[in-house]
Write a protein that binds this ligand. Structure first.
Ligand SMILES: [Ca+2]
Ligand SMILES: [Ca+2]
Length: 132
């Protein structure tokens, strides 16, 4: 399942009690913010329409209780992590080129994290092979 996981590895010091933490790693199967319902590394039509809605309203802001953590329109709350579609520049607005990037992800058969790409994501070019 997508999301954030913490794995804590303990070393048993004795049989009765006490475990020593020997390592902790965080699994971070990152999903694009537009990919929220469901978080399945694919942008479906309703998810794309949400990005279009943010684009159409010229601005967006944080809405912790919102369906995807954001709300269209200008707002005071900009304390959350900006939307992944808002990256060039990151200015609490979804520009046309940023929207086109979301559409590109929508048109592909899924996407994956790519730290070398402009927005840290890349569309899957050969999804069937990669999903083996
Ligand atoms: Ca999705
Ligand atoms: Ca922007």
């Amino acid at each position: 399942m997508a999301g954030y996981y913490n794995l804590r590895v303990f070393n048993e010091i004795n049989e009765m009690e006490d475990h020593e933490l020997v390592g902790a790693v965080t699994f971070d199967p990152v999903c694009h913010n537009a990919d929220y319902n469901p978080m399945d590394h694919k942008i479906n039509l309703s998810e794309l329409l949400r990005v279009i809605q943010l684009y159409n309203n010229n601005a967006y802001h944080c809405a912790p209780d919102g369906e995807d953590g954001y709300a269209p329109g200008d707002g005071d709350d900009k304390t959350c992590t900006p939307h992944d579609s808002d990256y060039n520049p990151q200015d609490w607005r979804i520009s046309l080129s940023e929207l086109l990037r979301a559409i590109q992800l929508y048109n592909s058969d899924g996407y994956h994290v790519d730290e070398n790409s402009e927005d840290r994501f890349s569309p899957n070019e050969n999804a069937k092979d990669e999903q083996l």
